[in-house]
Design a protein around this ligand. Structure first.
Ligand code: ADP
Length: 342
């Protein structure tokens, strides 16, 4: 196998320069990263090559010269945009009777790091509140030993409820991380009408005052039925949580040619227009007090979205304030005969 065929399979950009600094090879990836045509750089000197690049990329001459002098691996960074604290590309020059330049795109890595930092900040904030509450109650019990039995009962009840909330938060965070690390290759055929039937049973036992209508076609998708159940239960729980007294909820499952459409609608309080684009973000809540009352921390819908996307699907929401909300999930249909072929 030619070494250039190997370079073509890499996700890093590769440029080979001979001792004189002439480009002898550039893989497709590097041309894409630098927005250059392959034939425009073939055989040209590194100095001319650099002239074709925007200012922030003009580092190749420097790194080539240093590598030739030191005959060792030289590393540098390319900072793009106005975020100097975050280099988005890393560049390596490796001496090999000429110079091999390796260009690594680190943008998604840094975005990931930033998202991780945000997540930890939000999660810590959510943990702090229940911990403060539990501590406050424990201090009250300690400072006031002569409290009535009734008061002690009330306080311990509140401690238990707050612990349950903490537990739910930990569970949700673990679920999110588990789903993200899940391999969809382990998915199997799932009959969505069975998933819906399970959820209906569970929902009716949890929300005795609610009415749930189900209108179901037969439809299967490739997926994980436990996760799909978790997603649907989150939507159903929200439909009940964000409704007045007697929640009225409808599930519809329809097959439209190659698509399966699952909708969950309620006649509840609805979502304000300003919030609707944010409800799938982690830790986003419209009314913090109302969410907390039900033990929520704004993770439910982000779990649903992550599950849907793991299944190659899409989720949308439409809502009218004071009139209700509809969540629409679309997946690729998987018919029985297609499954047996696979
Ligand atoms: P939580 O319910 O824990 O606050 P979610 O991620 O499940 O978190 O939902 C995010 C926000 O979206 C909620 O705070 C709520 O305001 C809004 N929301 C979700 N589902 C509904 C619904 N069916 N009706 C009205 N608002 C909803």
């Amino acid at each position: 196998m030619k070494i250039s065929s190997l370079y073509e399979t890499l996700s890093d950009g590769i440029i080979l320069l001979n001792k004189e600094g002439r480009v002898t090879y550039a893989n497709t990836r590097v041309c894409h990263m630098l927005s250059l045509e392959k034939k425009a750089i073939a055989g040209i000197l590194v100095s001319d090559f650099e002239k074709k690049l925007p200012k922030e990329f003009r580092i190749f001459m420097k790194i080539f010269a240093k590598c030739c002098k030191e005959k060792a691996i030289v590393k540098d960074q390319i900072v793009l945009g106005n975020t100097p604290s975050q280099p988005q590309m890393e560049i390596f020059a490796i001496w090999n009777k000429g110079v091999i330049i390796v260009l690594q795109d680190k943008s998604s890595y840094f975005q990931h790091m930033e998202m991780g930092k945000d997540f930890i900040a939000n999660a810590s904030h959510e943990f702090r509140t229940p911990i403060t509450i539990i501590r406050g109650f424990a201090e009250t019990l300690n400072d006031l030993p002569n409290l009535s039995k009734k008061m002690i009962q009330e306080i311990t009840d509140k401690i238990v409820k707050t612990c349950d909330r903490l537990n739910k938060l930990v569970k949700n965070i673990l679920v999110l991380s588990d789903i993200e690390n899940l391999f969809s290759s382990e998915f199997q055929k799932c009959d969505l009408s069975v998933v819906i039937a399970h959820c209906k049973e569970l929902f009716s036992s949890l929300h005795k005052n609610a009415t749930l209508h189900v209108d179901c076609d037969n439809a299967s998708i490739i997926g994980d039925s436990d996760l799909l159940e978790l997603a649907l239960m989150n939507l159903l729980d929200n439909a009940a949580k964000y409704s007045q007294d007697a929640p009225l909820v409808t599930i519809q499952l329809k097959r439209k040619s190659k698509e399966v459409i699952l909708t969950v609608s309620d006649k509840g309080i609805g979502i304000p227009e300003l919030d609707i684009h944010h409800v799938f973000e982690r830790f986003y809540t419209v009314d913090k007090a109302r969410s907390r009352k039900h033990g929520g921390a704004g993770l439910g819908l982000s779990i649903v979205k992550t599950i849907v996307e793991k299944h190659g699907g899409e989720i949308k929401v439409a809502s009218v304030l004071g009139a209700g909300s509809t969540f629409t999930l679309s997946f690729q249909s998987q018919e029985l005969d297609t499954v047996t072929e696979n």
